[in-house]
Design a protein around this ligand. Structure first.
Ligand code: ADP
Length: 630
């Protein structure tokens, strides 16, 4: 078990002591252990305290799930020490692990004789240690952010001959990418040949290709898709990059930039194959992730987004002579000389940096879903999001927008914040979601009624959810989604674990399930009958067209969900080479951007499964462009 030990500088201690004189917190100096239940079992921590402060906190044993609980293991001790308080933020996706560590730390700290209530509220944060050395470094390319886009850019830049420094403000790589559902959309006729094409799919193509075109780009796509579809032979599912473009453009209300949509869809499959060549495992299954609108979602072998980041980090480890990742190092400013971006200033744990980028700087800092202030500033679509939870990691604060704005960058689509109807009611995270694919579940409200086409766009489903009592719904599926109690969801959680934790419910009949979740049994039975009739008819009164098999095989399962902030579609404006554009539409020399920090690719609504493709397509282009010093 990895042992996380965090030490503090003497200088910080002195500043802290000065800042906190008068604070009632007093410990009996020493080292104490405490244990408390997490998600996978007991978590044991060891804490060392001086008279006035928590000096070290380490998790000495745990059984939390790799990738889900482990971010909490890495971040919560650090947050407790930094804040000198047990009132630390929940780690998205790791609620039980977060709570387990806090409870274990509480149990340990109580033994030190401290007045524990004083630690259970937020306290004034110690000032940063005085004066750090400034380290001057040089690389061909500097990448800001070690999420999916940043790592793809870093690796591609190296593959194009560049030396690379990656700056990551958190203590781990992966950002939102590693905690995402991880589905990757790409038109992939070879793999999609195994998916049967049904009448509802055919009707959807006819609808898409015959609706009035919004503009020339859509008209051209409609004509191409109609031609391709007429020539399609065999019983397998039809797909093409142009159909992917058409659905992406139309599904985002034509707000996206056509040339970015084209670049995105044309290169999606190549991005997936690139990760495969780097060693990433794919199951080979094709499914429809929530809001994807078409079965073109690919599933990694590893749970969540671990497969991408694991593959990237292994590559980087094997090429560490050319790629350096500096963790806990936050980019604070771009260095700009005569209008050209020539480097980055950053702040690390023991040094500040002034890093010269001889060829280019790539901003890949992700979105701002975890920044309530920015969300409020830009959101025009949703009710007040002040109290909304988020699926995002705490570092998704939009730093890259601030950096880019100072360099004169233009932003596009900032109003569009994506919510999912799929948040955990307690934390807003995606974990605990029992759906295995759009086709195989339906939703009911607290009255047991279906209320929306469950294959619709994410914004459509979320808006409909806001109209239900308490904006609350149940996802319903059956044994066919979970053939055994050990079958896991996308978040590496088995259905039996979720039931044991009270996060999912099971019934041998729909009536029994309804009783357990407190909804009228006759309504749930009626909802299932409606759904099953839809499977036969290929369409239903709610307009649903994505079907596979009936939900009729016990046991039946239910999981609660609420709206949650997921993705920010708007961001830095780029061209198809990922060069950042200024407000006059001109390229800012030396500056590139990729991933969720950019805008113009998804329009007003991002299709489910398009983000992983986006960050790889544009991350790779950014690496190539920056290495070339375009
Ligand atoms: P994307 O999907 O676009 O790659 P992610 O959320 O996966 O976005 O990754 C973005 C990464 O950028 C995160 O790991 C985040 O911690 C990091 N990051 C954000 N702001 C900064 C910053 N100012 N300096 C360094 N890293 C940052």
């Amino acid at each position: 078990m990895k042992r996380t030990v965090l030490k503090f500088l003497a200088a910080a201690l002195a500043v802290w002591l000065a800042a906190c004189s008068g604070d009632a917190v007093k410990f009996n100096p020493g080292t104490y252990q405490g244990a408390a239940p997490g998600f996978g079992g007991d978590i044991t921590v060891e804490v060392t305290v001086s008279e006035d402060r928590i000096l070290e906190l380490s998790v000495v044993s745990h059984s939390e799930t790799q990738g889900i609980g482990t971010p909490a293991i890495e971040q919560v001790p650090e947050a407790i020490i930094k804040g000198q308080s047990l009132a630390v933020d929940n780690i998205a996706g790791a609620t039980y692990s977060t709570k387990g560590i806090i409870d274990a730390a509480t149990a340990a700290l109580v033994q030190s004789g401290v007045k524990i209530e004083a630690l259970q509220k937020k306290r004034s944060v110690p000032a940063a240690p005085a004066q750090k050395a400034v380290s001057a470094q040089t690389a061909d390319v500097v990448v800001i952010g070690a999420g999916g886009a940043g790592l793809a850019a870093a690796i591609t830049a190296q593959q194009n001959g560049a030396s690379v420094i990656v700056l990551e403000k958190m203590s781990r790589a992966g950002g939102n990418t590693i905690i995402s559902g991880a589905a990757y959309n790409a038109a992939d006729p070879a793999r999609q040949a195994a998916v049967p094409m049904n009448d509802a799919n055919r009707a959807e193509i006819r609808r898409l290709t015959s609706m009035p075109a919004h503009d020339d780009f859509e008209r051209e796509l409609q004509q191409t898709v109609a031609r391709q579809f007429a020539a399609h032979t065999g019983s397998g599912l039809f797909d093409s990059p142009e159909l992917h473009m058409l659905q992406t453009y139309n599904g985002g209300d034509y707000v996206a930039k056509p040339e970015l949509v084209r670049t995105f869809a044309e290169n999606a499959l190549a991005g997936l194959e690139w990760q495969k060549d780097n060693g990433m495992g794919w199951t080979g299954d094709i499914f429809t992730v929530l809001g994807a609108l078409w079965p073109r979602s690919h599933r990694p072998v590893m749970p969540l987004g671990q497969g991408y980041i694991d593959t990237d980090l292994k590559y980087i480890e094997a090429h560490k002579d050319q790629i350096t990742v500096l963790y806990d190092t936050k980019a604070t400013d771009l260095i700009i000389q005569d209008g050209k971006v020539t480097g980055v200033k950053a702040s690390g744990p023991s040094a500040d940096y002034a890093i010269t980028a001889t060829k280019g700087v790539v901003i890949a800092t992700g979105g701002f879903g975890a920044n309530k202030e920015l969300r409020q500033k830009y959101n025009t679509q949703w009710p007040n999001l002040d109290n909304a939870g988020t699926t995002n990691h705490p570092g998704a604060t939009g730093d890259g927008l601030v950096l880019a704005e100072k360099a004169g960058a233009s932003f596009v689509g900032m109003d569009w914040v994506q919510l999912l109807p799929m948040g955990d009611p307690k934390t807003g995270s995606l974990s605990g979601n029992i759906e295995q694919g759009v086709e195989d579940r339906f939703f009911v409200n607290k009255n047991g009624d279906r209320f929306v086409n469950e294959g619709a766009r994410r914004d459509v489903m979320t808006l409909a959810l806001f109209d239900q009592t308490d904006a609350f719904m149940w996802v319903i599926c059956d044994k066919q989604s979970y053939p055994t109690p050990q079958t896991k969801n996308n978040f590496n959680e088995s259905i039996e674990e979720l039931i044991a934790a009270g996060r999912a419910f099971e019934g041998n009949t729909l009536e029994e399930l309804a009783g357990k979740i407190g909804i009228p049994a006759e309504n749930l039975v009626k909802a299932a009958e409606e759904f099953n009739a839809g499977v036969e008819a290929g369409i239903d009164g709610l307009g649903r067209t994505l079907w596979r098999i009936k939900i009729d095989t016990p046991p039946f399962y239910a999981g609660a969900r609420i709206p949650t902030v997921h993705h920010t579609m708007g961001g830095i404006e780029i061209n198809t080479s990922t060069q950042v554009l200024n407000t006059a539409g001109n390229v800012i020399p030396g500056l590139y951007a990729a991933g969720e920090v950019t805008g113009g690719i998804h329009g007003s609504n991002r299709l489910g499964g398009n983000a992983l493709a986006d960050i790889h397509v544009f991350g790779r282009i950014a690496g190539t462009s920056a290495a070339a010093g375009l």
